[in-house]
Design a protein around this ligand. Structure first.
Ligand code: ZN
Length: 214
């Protein structure tokens, strides 16, 4: 992939030695770094790039390479990567100024009382994109629970189920070791203790997607 990225911007140059790309979970957001030492190039990318379209990743690599070689150039892929990053930034930045959506607040309070003895501090709560697959997400960096807008129209117990799941992350992920598994057996057992878990899962399967994740 690195070679491909390189040859597209420097077709004439001899290809340098590339070390294997490092995907690191310590690198936040979609940050990326490159270094040139002893004519070897090392690239470190946020682990988030593992799920990103190949062409976008190549665009990111090209930006890094053009910076290293001080060549001002913009390829189509670099433009695509720029658009991708801009979208991600918009989505990641919690809109703190806006009021917390009432429905999410109420769902959080219901679940907190029923399952957590009211002990959890309310994180930032927000609606995310209208996705039928990515239903919820806990973003530790911003202490934010984001729920798919698709659930605005779902029965309350479905919203509550996803909220409960993300609150388990809120409660547990902070003390989690880096690289540790998120949905452990223990996590799944706790998750199953949600009262309407079966109905919620069925509703999601029938109305949204089988391949959902949260
Ligand atoms: Zn999860």
């Amino acid at each position: 992939m690195l070679k491909e990225a390189f040859l597209e911007i420097f077709p004439e140059k001899p290809v340098p030695t590339f070390n294997q790309i490092v995907y690191s979970s310590r690198i936040r957001f979609y940050n990326a770094y490159a270094s040139l030492r002893n004519s070897e190039i090392t690239i470190k990318l946020s682990k988030n790039y593992e799920n990103v379209n190949r062409s976008v990743v190549i665009g990111v690599l090209q930006s890094l390479l053009s910076r290293i070689y001080r060549k001002k150039i913009v390829t189509q892929r670099m433009r695509e990567a720029g658009i991708f990053l801009e979208q991600q930034r918009k989505e990641y930045r919690p809109r703190i100024k806006n009021e917390t959506p009432q429905e999410l607040k109420e769902s959080f309070q219901r679940i907190n009382l029923e399952y957590f003895d009211n002990l959890l501090q309310m994180p930032l709560l927000n609606w995310g994109r209208d996705s039928y697959r990515r239903l919820g997400q806990y973003v530790g960096t911003f202490n934010l629970i984001r729920i798919s807008r698709r659930l605005e129209k779902s029965p309350p117990y479905v919203l509550d189920y996803i909220m409960y799941h993300e609150m388990l992350h809120l409660q547990r992920d902070r003390n989690r070791k880096k690289h540790a598994k998120v949905h452990t057996k223990e996590f799944n057992t706790l998750e199953e203790s949600f009262k309407l878990v079966k109905d919620a899962k069925r509703w999601i399967k029938e109305n949204l997607s089988r391949r959902r994740y949260f």
